[in-house]
Ligand binder design. Structure first.
Ligand code: SF4
Ligand code: SF4
Length: 424
């Protein structure tokens, strides 16, 4: 795609980063077929190629974003299926996320939209605030959830029961069982530790059982993904985490920073790009990003051998941030198979389930349509259990029909841990 930025525009680091990405796009349109919003809406401007055109025009004309651009960028899930499909290697993520920031800086949304986004950003990355917000949502649910639209969608996502706060989110060191094979830090996360603390507990048991020293490092907070996808500045989260993990790196070394929510993993692995122009943090950010690993990548190195009979038929739902954001496809499937489960492939597995961070709150109709489509595809596998590696998908795909658990909960159970609560 030809671009026509002036030299003055190219002096802006955001434009300088966008220009080669735009030029890599050859308008072939292969990406449209795998874009969930294009599949649902059939509108070129709700597919990646159309969005790329809109962004290019906006940047070239150096205009404030208008309602048309905002509508189509807001409908984008940031699922990055288009990046997996693109034969030209167009890095759509590095176009759309800066555009979300540009929109937040230069576009005045309607009052309710602004208030909702501000409330989500104030609440979700902070476990204590989020816990209180969930108590409110549970109360609204109990009295019948009469709230309309996006507020109703938000309340509907609240879990029926709230787990108690647990100890494993606090800074702590968990020694390896037996001979030490790795030394890792675990990102305890924000939303996940409130709604499903059993995932961190299973991760710590699984890693220590397989020879990892595991540290939950003091000073580490939310990875910043939710704030980043809302178009707001998440760099303070990134800098705080980099400082905390660098202390651990310099204080004894780390083989990996283990992340068990793939949405968070995609963001931490992108810290190097996010802070590329920061003279103090650029190098450290690249180092931390290189250490970041999904728990399935680490367990693929360590290997699993089941110690109890398993054999259940498991539909593995590959989260977009796992398969498209991090290009991790084989490891979770191989681990589940090695642990003795019968793996079922979900048709249309490349399509998002509609969770996508805060998308299921901000775009409830599209998210609901994608959830229904995914549930039908899951049902067609005849699986007894659904496994995935991202808390957003677990929340989105909760169903009375079959339990959904994190992959590590199944691996932990198969290798000697307790039965996952969702299977009890
Ligand atoms: S597949 Fe890649 S090159 Fe083709 S239109 Fe989509 S983004 Fe552009
Ligand atoms: S990120 Fe997902 S929703 Fe957005 S354009 Fe790409 S494929 Fe479509």
């Amino acid at each position: 795609m030809q671009t026509s930025f002036t030299l003055a525009q190219l002096a802006d680091p955001e434009i300088a980063a966008a220009d080669p990405i735009l030029r890599a796009c050859v308008h072939c349109g292969f990406c449209t077929a795998t874009c969930p919003t294009y599949v649902l809406l059939g509108d070129e401007l709700d597919g990646p190629r159309g969005r790329i055109y809109l962004m290019k025009n906006n940047l070239e004309l150096d205009e404030p974003p208008g309602p048309e651009l905002v509508t189509h960028i807001d409908r984008c899930l940031s699922c990055y299926a288009c990046m997996t499909t693109c034969p030209s290697g167009v890095n759509y993520m590095h176009l759309v996320e800066p555009m979300r920031h540009r929109i937040e800086q230069h576009y005045r949304r309607p009052f309710f939209d602004r208030a909702l986004r501000a409330a989500l950003n104030w609440t979700l990355p902070y476990p204590t605030r989020f816990r209180w917000a969930l108590f409110g949502a549970q109360f609204a649910k109990r009295v019948g959830n009469v709230l309309p639209g996006r507020l109703g969608a938000m309340v509907a996502l609240a879990p029926a029961t709230m787990p108690r706060p647990t100890a494993q989110e606090r800074p702590h060191f968990y020694p390896a069982e037996g001979e030490r094979r790795m030394r890792v830090a675990l990102l305890a996360g924000c939303v996940q530790q409130v709604v499903a603390p059993e995932i961190n507990a299973a991760t710590i048991r699984l890693l220590t059982r397989h020879g990892c020293d595991v540290a939950v490092v003091d000073g580490v907070q939310c990875c910043g993904a939710l704030t980043h996808h809302l178009g707001r500045d998440a760099l303070d989260f990134a800098r705080a985490n980099i400082d905390a993990w660098m202390r651990a790196v310099e204080g004894g070394g780390l083989d990996a920073i283990v992340i068990n929510a793939s949405g968070c993993g995609t963001t931490v692995k992108d810290y190097g790009f996010m802070l590329r122009t920061d003279p103090i943090y650029a190098e450290k950010a690249a180092r931390i990003a290189a250490l970041a690993k999904d728990v399935s990548e680490v367990m693929a190195v360590l290997g699993v051998t089941p110690t109890r009979p398993t054999g259940q038929r498991v539909a593995y739902h590959s989260a977009c941030s796992m398969q498209h954001g991090q290009r991790i496809q084989a490891e979770p499937r191989a681990l589940l198979t090695a642990a003795g489960f019968e793996l079922a492939e979900i048709p249309e597995g490349h399509l998002c389930c509609g969770s996508a961070g805060t998308y299921n709150i901000l775009q409830p109709e599209l998210a609901g349509a994608l959830r229904e489509r995914k549930q039908v595809n899951i049902a067609s596998t005849g699986a007894e259990i659904v496994a995935t590696g991202n808390i957003g998908c677990i929340t989105q795909l909760q169903s009375a029909a079959r339990p959904i658990v994190h992959t590590v909960e199944l691996l932990d159970w198969a290798t000697g841990g307790p039965l996952p609560p969702a299977l009890a």
